[in-house]
Design a binder for this molecule. Sequence first.
Ligand SMILES: *Cc1c(COP(=O)(O)O)cnc(C)c1O
Length: 395
Amino acid sequence: MNARLKAYLDTEIGSLKSRGIYRMPRVLESPAGPRVRMDGRDIIQLSSNNYLGLTTHPRVLAAARRAIDEFGAGPGAVRTIAGTMSLHLELERRLARFKSTESALVFQSGYTANVGVVSTLMQEGDLIVSDELNHASIIDGCRLCKADRAIYRHLDYENLREILRTARRKTTGKILVVADGVFSMDGDVSDLRTIRTLCREFDAIPMVDDAHATGVLGTDGRGTVDHFGLKDDWDIQIGTMSKAFGVMGGYVCGPRPLIDFYIHKARPFLFSSSHPPAVMAACIAAVEVMESEPELLARLWENTRTFKEGLKRLGFDTGASITPITPVIIGSGAKAARFSDELFESGVFAQGIFFPMVAEEKSRVRTIVMATHTHQDLEEALGVFEVVGRKLGVI
Ligand SMILES: *Cc1c(COP(=O)(O)O)cnc(C)c1O
């Protein structure tokens, strides 16, 4: 190895180790479900984004198998050259219909969708106004373009109004207001109705990233735009198919000219190949399941209520969440890390979340229930939380 490279890596890794945050990811040795085998232990999974259990839904699996036989293992080229398959267009039609938009475009992931959508649209002289807790992929999209940016305080729409009022006097360019629909660390929700009103007042473009909202909020899980009753009155909707869809991939939904623009301009679309057939077919099946099996969504919310109420009854601080993401706020990073480890030793996995993802004194373990958890899974998990909570003096 090059000596400079070695010295550099030693310093970087040494610094992670001395801060106690050098950790390799735990390894899943079973399908992603409500109970999994992880690092050699059988545990109750409370950190998966597989909200509806679709990673192992029989219809989703059957569709993936069929697509391999019919269409092969890969698309063979980037989409603009020779890699657009009929399956891509079918998936995009289904997504547009699901989201009640004119059009949709599939990206490789939610990450590339955000990076492509923000950085392609916004130019020098434009302004991006972003909630301070927005996802890293939105931030990276902002970094890749020359537009100015402004950050509004989390869910603080008076602050957003102030920023927009000042900006509209100074900017002749486009203004984009972008927010996560559901915030992944706290489980709270952007008020899209207020954002839309402000966008109208100050001539701005509304964009929402519904990664944690699709399959969770709105009719059949259509997301926050549907949840707030704004159907066709919202310009840009982003989503991922790696969370509630249970598969992999990202998308943007919106008016036809917007999608046509991205087909010709978005670099992740132009310069990187798209999904293999099995993934697209699985995603199509996932949309069908969401539309035809509303009982999954009902169970997700029933489990959410059971688990949230259980944690509150035990005396845990569960923050401001109104979704299946429930943070359990512990205090310092070290204590939250220990809490997560103790849970794991007792058969429950809930990821510890520390600075810089949240403020140091708000370090937490984050729980996410699934539709496929049984009542017994949740009662057992609550029992473990109680024991560990008392042991560490959290409750
Ligand atoms: C997970 C997530 C993404 C990234 O989605 P991937 O498909 O995993 O790349 C983007 N935005 C938000 C808000 C997310 O939570």
